[in-house]
Design a protein around this ligand. Structure first.
Ligand code: PGA
Length: 256
């Protein structure tokens, strides 16, 4: 598993017709293709998880949940537990997406609890971090990233940190069509690695996968991922189009 193309479908794909259509196109696009260097991870809305994971079982295609509670069961009306997600076919869990942080008050402390519970349920956590536009303008990116990592990964062992995935997603880039330059992304990658080396004693070989996310499409995937030395991408909008999304995976695989 060298490179990762993660698709975050968000709260989209409303009808059964849309769902079936998505799967049909995805299947067509995957036909005859093998991905050896790249793993594809798609995170549909939770209600589609079981259906999707049952319909497509193929090497190097995995499923994930966009969010889950930290408890496995109990009086948490409306929530979905990581154990349920695992049972329905998920192997990954997105945690601390900026839309969860800003719209639903998710804190670093909650992110931390969710990372622990994801591991407990054999889900690989994909922790999202990144600065907003004001923080960027006032030169606070480093401070924000440091804080999100220190609090989000509090009390995790070195080996757990090594197994997770971190997605650097500058909030100002999500859904806006704007992306940082390749060298800026690379700078944040180096910063994340330095924090993990200092705080957890990770060597370069033990570093977790670090992804870039924010307005990724097949036209910029090479720059924001490959040129920036990242391990993959977290794709929102473009993952709604299996055609474009698979093209991104092929770019990571270095096929086009
Ligand atoms: P975007 O979203 O690709 O639509 O910018 C990315 C994300 O929210 O993870």
């Amino acid at each position: 598993m060298n490179k990762l193309a993660v698709g975050n479908i968000k709260m989209n794909i409303i009808s059964k017709i849309e769902r079936d259509n998505y799967l049909k196109i995805l299947r067509d696009k995957l036909k005859g293709k093998t991905f050896e260097e790249t793993s594809i991870i798609i995170c549909p809305p939770a209600v589609h998880l079981e259906y999707f994971s049952e319909k497509i079982k193929k090497g190097n295609i995995f499923w994930g949940i966009q969010n889950a509670h930290w408890e496995n069961s109990g009086s948490y009306t409306g929530e979905i537990s990581p154990a349920m997600a695992k049972e329905m076919g998920a192997d990954f869990e997105i945690i601390g997406h900026s839309e969860r942080r800003s719209n639903f008050g998710e804190t670093n402390d909650m992110v931390n609890k969710k990372i622990f519970s994801a591991f407990k349920n054999n889900l690989i956590p994909i922790m999202c971090i990144g600065e907003n536009i004001d923080e960027r303008k006032s030169g606070e990116t480093k401070k924000v990233v440091l804080n999100q990592i220190l609090e989000g990964l509090k009390d995790l062992t070195k080996s757990k940190v090594s197994k997770m995935i971190i997605a650097y997603e500058p909030v100002w880039s999500i859904g806006t069509g704007e992306t940082p330059r390749g060298e800026e992304i690379m700078g944040v990658r180096i910063l994340i690695q330095k924090i993990l080396a200092d705080q957890f004693g990770l060597t370069i070989k033990q570093m977790p996968k670090i992804l870039y996310g924010g307005s990724v499409d097949y036209k910029n995937a090479r720059e924001v991922c490959l040129s920036a030395g990242m391990d993959g991408v977290l794709v929102g909008g473009e993952s709604l189009y299996p055609d474009s999304f698979i093209k991104i995976a092929e770019i990571l695989e270095d096929k086009i």
